[in-house]
Design a protein around this ligand. Sequence first.
Ligand code: NDP
Length: 248
Amino acid sequence: MSNELEGKVALVTGASSGIGEATAVALGRAGASVVVAARRVDRLAALERRLAAEGVRVLALELDVTDEAACRAAVARTAEEFGGLDVLVNNAGVMLLGDIEGADTTDWTRMVSTNLLGVMFLTHAALPHLLDRRGTVVQMSSTAARVGRAGTGVYNATKVGLNAFSESLRQEVTARGVRVVVVEPGVVETELREHITDPAGRAAVEQRIAELRQLDPEDVAEAVLYAVRQPDHVAVNEIMVRPTGQTW
Ligand code: NDP
């Protein structure tokens, strides 16, 4: 285990699977104390055991990021347990694809509440700590913030919104030492697509990626680590990483 991030405290949302889990592992192995947060506590408990066995200081926290009070409590608990917060990874997200016409609008509420409002609540709660420790916020955006397409409109809207929010945040806090990092992955092999409720929306994405060698979650975790391990005067503000075979 390298100790590059020794003394740093990271809070990773959506750490029960996929990119969040891989990122928590990478940060922990680099020496950070890690708080892993999500709704599926059984998955978090397994991750907690795995990291603790490697000597990582880790705490699992049940968190639904759509609940503002729970976001505040998660940040407070992190600071209480580990003495502060240096790295907030806003990774929790859902991608409930489908056409706008005839959509189940509860999918829209879930996406906006999770991908946008959840990030905003957590960022707001974490900011005093991040300003105090000249910390870093990592926003898990997507190539969907750059390229809109039929059948993905609301997901696109949440990620475009996330980028806009992040750029405002960057301008507000960067001169005070807080770095804002927007990570925009292309297609990553995770559970994300399994939660799509619209069969046509799910079929369209499955068809689009059928032949693609997707990124592994660890590939994205490496990108996060690259940004987080930079010296204080270097702000990596945006990283886009696609599978080589992804043409869109
Ligand atoms: P996963 O489905 O594997 O992970 C999503 C994570 O978000 C899970 O840990 C889930 O945990 C958590 N989550 C969902 N809703 C909530 C909630 N309300 N409160 C707290 N946690 C929540 O997919 P990925 O790893 O792929 O997704 C992670 C991020 O990466 C997302 O923001 C996604 O948009 C982004 N992304 C993914 C890409 C891909 O191709 N996979 C490409 C570009 C970006 P739980 O259910 O336990 O709460």
